[in-house]
Design a binder for this molecule. Structure first.
Ligand code: SF4
Ligand code: SF4
Length: 301
């Protein structure tokens, strides 16, 4: 086994939403996109960030005593955030669990060891492992080594990705992935850039090229009223999927604001007034548009 180290947000066991059966989701840190609705802002970069849960803080000052930067108890002051290196010393010092590391460093062997404890669940349910993030493809060497190990264990492997990667580099990894969930956030590239920070040409090109050579692709749309939940965008997405996938399938994931607290804990601002969760009726309507374009609607919820 090789010695590559990964930057991991968390391993989440017993998940049933991101592939077949019972799964463990490996959340990688680091992402090249900046989706304004992101539910995992602690995963923007591979570097550690410390979450500060102000409601638990009793202002005892233990964190200040160990901080090499001389930062006080209120880590969310903008000056404190600017100075913080994410060293994590204050996390160990705090007895109230008011501070939490977002990112941990793990070897492939450590991840595999944790996966081995779940083998019974994987085998009894037809489940396996799903790589997610952040964006798992931002750590290609670690991902490749982990995928090789899990492949040799004979487990089902799925990946959730933004589709924003260099396909030539990643192809050997993708060849070992049974099911690929790739997002199309918005079809209009200018709008895509406005809401995610990058245009969508690379993503659409990767989907078209992958669609020409393999099955086992599901296009996901994080569905947000005010951004991409309009009939025209969903229809355009479905037409693209129908044109480029051999077995065209889509899943609409209704927007939620569960990540809002994390923005506060990181000293970031989250303007959720821009976004609205689609109603059940709107979801039925949008799914009907997809089916009318000859694309199968799937649900892993
Ligand atoms: S050690 Fe924890 S409880 Fe004490 S001041 Fe720092 S964050 Fe607050
Ligand atoms: S993570 Fe390190 S630099 Fe940041 S507040 Fe804690 S001890 Fe200070």
């Amino acid at each position: 086994m090789m010695a590559s180290k990964g930057r991991i947000l968390q391993l989440q066991n017993y998940s049933v939403n991101d592939g077949e059966g019972i799964r463990t989701i490996v959340f990688f840190a680091g992402c090249p996109l900046r989706c304004q609705w992101c539910a995992n802002p602690e995963g923007y970069t591979p570097q550690n960030h410390v979450l500060f849960i102000a409601s638990r803080c009793i202002q005892c000052g233990r964190c200040t005593e160990v901080c090499p930067q001389g930062i006080g108890w209120n880590l969310n002051e903008s000056e404190a955030r600017a100075k913080c290196t994410g060293c994590g010393l204050c996390v160990d010092a705090c007895l109230e669990q008011a501070r939490k590391n977002a990112v941990q460093t793990m070897t492939v062997a450590e991840v595999v060891h944790k996966l081995e404890s779940q083998l019974l669940f994987f085998r009894s349910s037809g489940g396996g492992v799903t790589y997610s993030g952040g964006e798992c493809t931002t750590q290609p060497e670690f991902l490749a080594e982990l995928v090789d190990e899990v492949y040799d264990m004979g487990l089902d492997q799925a990946m959730e990705t933004s589709g924003y990667f260099e396909l030539e580099t990643l192809q050997p990894v993708l060849d070992k992935i049974d099911l690929l969930f790739i997002d199309i956030k918005v079809m209009d590239s200018e709008k895509h850039c406005q809401f995610t920070g990058i245009p969508n040409a690379v993503i659409l090109d990767n989907i078209a090229r992958l669609g020409a050579t393999r099955k086992g692709i599901i296009i996901r749309v994080p569905t947000i009223m005010g951004v991409n939940g309009d009939d025209d965008n969903i229809r355009a997405t479905a037409r693209f999927v129908k044109e480029h996938l051999q077995d065209p399938k889509m899943e609409l994931l209704p927007y939620h604001s569960y990540g809002a607290d994390k923005y506060t804990q990181l000293g970031l601002v989250y303007d959720e007034t821009l976004f609205r969760t689609p109603t059940k009726e709107e979801m039925v309507h949008l799914n009907a548009i997809i089916e009318s374009e000859g694309v199968q609607v799937v649900s892993y919820a």
